[in-house]
Design a protein around this ligand. Structure first.
Ligand code: PMP
Length: 436
């Protein structure tokens, strides 16, 4: 096939996330893609791969969206950067555009970050400073970033094994709402939602008693595309309110249209006090991030969370153009409509392949859990499936390395049409047939 397939069953996680997202799961670095067209990634020799994975390395508008490319190029020609302190007006303008589309209780924000990791750090800083408290609750299986602190508060044991020093005395992890493999071995809805109910015990017995915030992904992304059961977030909202804990929604993966809505938290009917965005905010892959919060939480001074590349005008321009592209046409309505079809196609696939134990997702954010006959996670088959899909059918897929390692993520760019989705699922079906 010409592909140098590097992932071996049982291999540990590659922690160099980002540039090598695809490379680490199939295509070797020497064969990086050199071009992107629509939802296709193209290699030097002209081979095009259908991108079914960009919900993770997030290119929601495809690789060459004309308006966003144009706006970014125009900005580059004028000026690529100046000190963040000289860009405050543009940052304020783009922030106000974003807030105009955000849930109405979010009225302030921070547009100085270019990655999700530092946006989450900012959100925690805001929460700690506003409450005067220290501890951070997060979920088992969660992933909140690559910095030392966000690694420490991420609930992914597999990932943290590579960084035993990445721990924080202020981090308290609680069981995730993962019904397929419930940590309490209970069954929804008869379980009484122990995954919310028992959080009080963690606050009481595992924290310092001074809990500032709880950080949650509306759909656990790298943790295996876990969609919490109905009522979970409403119960969490209530619990946090009762205990004076600020709720932060990490929408780095779910935000900016991935679930068919700009904000998954709004679509799922809960009200986080703080929301972080990154990945998809740059539309065509330009790095930019944002932190939005309730006005009463506007407590940070500009020097308290500041970077050389903060308020970068190219990044801000990309965010503004992306927002316009997402809110002016039918893109999100298409994702909502086609996302239902994608789910149905994947469920049909699962009926033909018993190794697909669970299919779950929203919008263009889906995951297939690959299992053995006894229901245990089949990591080897998961890796083989991704390898075969890439090797024989030229489909870029991603696996979840951070949960039980047995979830295949299906997350095409949001511009994918129904025909594209059918083609992706057909290729995935052929790969499933190949791995048996
Ligand atoms: N939060 C979530 C939910 C993520 O999936 C990621 C990246 N995979 C991050 C935060 C970190 O974002 P970044 O890589 O831009 O720092």
């Amino acid at each position: 096939s010409g592909l140098n397939l590097k992932v071996l069953p049982g291999e540990g996680p590659d922690v160099r996330e980002g540039a090598s997202e695809v490379a680490t799961e199939g295509v070797s670095r020497a064969e990086d893609f050199v071009r992107g067209r629509g939802i296709r990634l193209v290699r030097e020799d002209g081979t095009a791969f259908l991108d079914a994975a960009s919900g993770t390395f997030n290119v929601p508008l495809g690789y060459d969206h004309p308006e966003v490319v144009e706006a970014v190029v125009e900005q580059l020609r004028r000026m690529a950067h100046a000190s963040s302190s000289l860009m405050a007006a543009q940052a304020k303008q783009v922030l106000s555009e974003l807030l105009a589309h955000a849930p109405s209780h979010l009225t302030a924000g921070w547009m100085r970050d270019i990655t999700g990791s530092t946006a989450n750090e900012c959100a925690v800083q805001v929460a700690q400073k506003a409450t005067g408290k220290t501890d951070v609750l997060s979920l088992f299986l969660s992933h909140h970033g690559q910095t030392q602190f966000t690694t420490a508060i991420s609930g992914n044991a597999f990932r943290r094994k590579g960084f035993p020093e990445a721990v924080s005395p202020h981090s308290v992890k609680v069981p995730a709402p993962y019904c397929y493999r419930c940590f309490y071995k209970a069954k929804y809805p008869g379980c009484g939602m122990l995954c919310v109910e028992r959080i009080s015990d963690f606050v009481e017995y595992a924290s310092s008693g001074s809990v500032a915030c709880m950080l949650v992904e509306p759909v656990l992304g790298n943790g295996g595309n876990v969609v919490p059961p109905p009522g979970y977030f409403q119960a969490l909202n209530k619990l946090c309110e009762e205990k004076g804990i600020l709720l932060i929604a990490d929408e780095v993966q779910t935000g900016m249209g991935r679930t068919g809505h700009l904000f998954a938290s709004e679509a799922l009917g809960f009200k986080p006090n703080i929301v972080t965005l990154a990945k998809g905010l740059g539309g065509i892959g330009v790095p930019v991030a944002a932190v939005l919060f309730e006005g009463t939480l506007d407590v940070l001074e500009s020097h308290e969370h500041s970077f050389t590349s903060g308020c970068n005008p190219v990044a801000l321009t990309a965010a503004s153009a992306t927002l316009k592209a997402m809110t002016s046409g039918h893109l999100l309505a298409n994702v909502r409509r086609n996302g239902i079809i994608l789910g149905e196609l994947l469920r049909t696939l699962a009926t033909r392949h018993p190794c697909v134990g669970d299919v779950r997702g929203l919008g263009y954010m889906w995951g297939l859990e690959i299992v053995r006959e006894d229901g245990s996670p089949d990591v080897e088959k998961t890796l083989a499936l991704i390898r075969v899909a890439q090797e024989r059918h030229q489909l870029v897929l991603r696996g979840s390395r951070y949960s039980f390692g047995n979830v295949v993520k299906v997350r095409p760019p949001l511009i994918a049409t129904q025909d594209d989705l059918e083609e992706i699922v057909a290729r995935l079906g052929r790969a499933l047939a190949d791995v048996g």
